[in-house]
Design a protein around this ligand. Structure first.
Ligand SMILES: [Zn+2]
Length: 325
C-alpha cells in the first residue's frame, strides 16, 4: 500500500507562489514560469504512476513517493520506492516527450522534439548512484542488505526510446533499466517471482518505512534568492483561490474577487501560505498587515483563526506558518 503519498514538492509550490506573486515587471519572470512548467510536467509524470501502482498487490508492496535522504553530506532524491521483504525498486520518473536517445559515451540522454534537441544527464547512471547510496543508507541505519534495483520510468507514453544498435552491452542495460509506465507491474511481479529469499522481516520492513519517512528532508530552496527577486516586487493583498487575481476585496463576512466573482470566507489562508513559501515561515503581525494590506485588528483575527504557533512576547511576537511536505 502507499505509505507516503504523492504531494506537490515544496519547490514546485514555491514556484507556483512566485508566478502568482511576483510583479509582471520583473525582467526574469519568464524564467520562473519556464521552471514551473518543467516541475509541473515532472509532477504530472509522477502522478500518472499512481494509476499503475493500483494494479500491484496492496499487501505485498509498500510504496513511498518523494523521499529525499541525507548521505555523506549530500542528499539524494527518489521519486518513488517500491519496498518488499525481498527487494527494493527505486523509480526515477521522466516525463519527456519526443524521441529519447541514450548516449553512453557522453553520459547523457538527448531528447529530440520538434527538431529541437535538449540534453540531460544520463538517468541510468544516476539510478545506479541512487542504488549505491540507498544501500549505504540501509547499512548506516542498521538494516540488513537487500537487493536494490533502479529503474528510469518514462511516463510520457507518446515518447519513443531510441537504443544505440551497435553497443550490445549498453543496449541490454537500457532495456533492463528503462521502462515505460505500462511495464511497471510486469517488471515488479517478475522480480517477485524470481527473488524468493526474504531479506527483511516484517518488523524490519515496517521499521524501514518509518525510518525513511522520518529521515525525509524536504529541499530548502529560496526562490527569491535563486531568481534574484527584490521583495518590493512581491504583489501584496489576498489572492483569489480560484483565478489567482490579486487583490480580493474584503466585505464583512467574505473576500470577493472582482475578476471572476469568487467569494471566500478564508481566502487569506492561501495567501499566508504564499508568504511562507516565498519569504520563510516566520511572520509578525506588522509584516502580515503590510503583506495583505489589512488593519492591525484584522491581522490579529487572521493569525488567531489560523491557530499558528508563536514565539516571543506580545510586542515582538513571531508566528510560524507550517509548510507540510
Ligand atoms: Zn478570481
Amino acid at each position: 500500500m502507499i505509505r507516503k503519498s504523492l504531494k506537490k514538492s515544496l519547490h514546485l509550490r514555491r514556484l507556483e507562489a512566485a508566478v502568482r506573486r511576483v510583479h509582471a515587471s520583473f525582467p526574469n519572470k519568464h524564467l520562473i514560469e519556464f521552471d514551473l512548467s518543467k516541475f509541473e510536467s515532472g509532477y504530472k509524470g509522477e502522478k500518472s504512476l499512481e494509476y499503475y501502482f493500483s494494479f500491484l498487490d496492496e499487501t505485498a508492496y509498500d510504496i513511498l513517493f518523494n523521499v529525499r535522504l541525507p548521505c555523506k553530506g549530500y542528499y539524494f532524491q527518489i521519486d518513488a520506492a517500491i519496498i518488499t521483504s525481498n527487494f527494493v525498486i527505486l523509480l526515477d520518473s521522466k516525463h519527456i516527450s519526443g524521441d529519447i536517445s541514450f548516449e553512453h559515451n557522453h553520459h547523457q540522454l538527448v531528447r529530440k522534439f520538434k527538431d529541437e534537441y535538449t540534453t540531460y544527464s544520463d538517468p541510468i547512471e544516476q539510478g545506479e548512484r541512487h542504488s549505491f547510496q540507498f544501500q549505504k543508507w540501509l547499512k548506516d541505519h542498521g538494516f540488513p542488505p537487500v537487493p536494490v534495483f533502479s529503474k528510469v520510468v518514462v511516463t510520457n507514453l507518446n515518447s519513443r526510446i531510441i537504443v544505440p544498435p551497435q553497443d550490445y552491452k549498453y543496449k541490454r542495460k537500457i532495456e533492463n533499466s528503462v521502462i515505460k509506465s505500462t511495464q511497471i507491474v510486469e517488471r515488479v511481479n517478475g522480480y517477485n517471482k524470481s527473488l524468493r529469499r526474504e531479506y527483511l522481516s516484517e518488523i524490519d520492513r515496517s521499521r524501514l518505512i518509518n525510518t525513511l519517512i522520518q529521515h525525509h528532508t524536504p529541499s530548502d530552496t529560496n526562490i527569491l534568492q535563486i531568481f534574484k527577486i527584490p521583495k518590493e516586487l512581491i504583489l501584496t493583498g489576498v489572492h483569489c483561490p480560484s483565478c489567482h487575481h490579486i487583490p480580493m476585496i474584503k466585505f464583512r463576512n467574505y473576500w470577493l474577487c472582482t475578476k471572476c466573482g469568487c467569494k471566500s470566507a478564508d481566502a487569506f489562508k492561501e495567501s499566508v501560505l504564499d508568504y511562507a513559501l516565498l519569504c520563510g515561515p516566520q511572520i509578525t503581525n506588522k509584516q502580515l498587515r503590510k503583506y495583505l494590506n489589512i488593519s492591525r485588528s484584522r491581522s490579529f483575527t487572521i493569525l488567531r483563526s489560523m491557530n499558528l504557533t508563536s514565539i516571543g512576547t506580545t510586542r515582538d511576537r513571531v508566528y510560524i506558518i507550517p509548510l507540510e511536505d
